[in-house]
Design a protein around this ligand. Structure first.
Ligand code: 5GP
Length: 115
């Protein structure tokens, strides 16, 4: 059964180690293993929604919650000058882990457009 779990589900279930910075009954947030900025945190719903395309109307409150958590963590991390939140979706979006996750990136001047 465990083989069916995504990597992030295994982190949520404490089967894989991660530097967890926040958790509540709806989500878990941990530092990205390959950070693209001084602060790079992934905010992951406990519910295993694969991609943005799989978000259902019943998930709208949950997805909104991920953003309020991102904002609170940004405060904790001292990202007073701004930050970026990103959901990658599918192959063209270069999503690699198919368990919805909100990237929180900050602590340096980010460029636009992304590559
Ligand atoms: P995606 O490309 O799907 O939007 O983002 C997946 C993210 O997960 C990447 O930024 C990648 O560095 C991160 N990641 C991959 N494997 C691990 C892991 O084992 N632990 C942690 N903490 N992050 C991971």
């Amino acid at each position: 059964m465990s083989e069916d779990k995504t990597l992030f589900q295994k982190i949520i279930d404490r089967e894989v180690d991660a530097d967890i910075v926040y958790e509540d009954d709806q989500c878990v947030a941990f530092r990205d293993i390959n950070p693209q900025a001084p602060t790079h945190i992934l905010i992951v719903p406990r519910k295993p929604i694969p991609t943005v395309d799989d978000i259902e109307p019943e998930d709208e409150e949950l997805v909104g919650h991920l953003f309020t958590v991102a904002s609170d963590i940004a405060d904790e991390e001292g990202l007073d000058n701004g930050y970026r939140t990103v959901f990658n979706c599918g192959d063209d979006g270069q999503q690699t882990v198919y368990h919805l996750h909100l990237h929180l990136l900050g602590g340096r001047q980010l460029s636009w457009p992304p590559g």
